[in-house]
Design a protein around this ligand. Structure first.
Ligand code: ZN
Length: 168
């Protein structure tokens, strides 16, 4: 599927999302119906060095980002309706003549993967490695049982084969 850059969606109003209770603590919801392959909003946050670890941290550009609300509350699903895309945007002509550099600007955007109904929770696949995996409670029929990258799942299951049910 081709995902169009944020500039394509500039005329769209963003941030029609809200935070509310979900089966997994707080979650991110949409207050309007959204089409598939649409920009939902830009994820702002504090830049952190590579390898930074925290509950909400995401890999970003050459380091990490500690996302601000509301996007920090997006939950994992094994069958997500959204994806985070990191765009490398050229500065174009805007900064030329004012000492601008040609270094790209990085922006993180949330995009829909498929149409989403009003009031539906927005989710992404966290895609964690087996070492970081925890039990999944996404309630999707496609749930893998663990929050883990799909191609790392065999290693994840091997690592957890002696876990007691319900534990981590
Ligand atoms: Zn799941």
């Amino acid at each position: 599927m081709e995902i169009l850059p944020p500039s394509f969606h500039r005329r769209v109003r963003y941030d029609r999302v809200y935070v509310a209770g979900s089966p997994n603590g707080r979650g991110l919801f949409t207050s309007v119906a959204l089409g598939g392959n649409r920009a939902v909003g830009r994820v702002h946050g504090q830049k952190k060095p590579s390898g930074w670890r925290s509950e909400y941290c995401m890999e970003f550009a050459d380091g990490a980002i500690e996302p601000d609300p509301p996007y920090r509350f997006i939950n994992h699903s094994c069958d997500p309706n959204c994806i985070l895309i990191e765009w490398e945007l050229s500065r174009g002509d805007e900064t030329q003549g004012e000492g601008g550099t040609n270094e790209p600007i990085y922006e993180m955007w949330l995009h829909t993967l498929r149409p989403v109904k009003k009031g539906e929770e927005l989710t992404i696949d966290y895609g964690w490695e087996a070492e970081a995996s925890i039990r999944c409670n996404c309630r999707s029929p496609k749930c893998r049982g663990w929050i883990c990258r799909i191609d790392d799942l065999p290693r994840c299951l091997e690592m957890h084969k002696n876990d007691t049910p319900g534990g981590r």
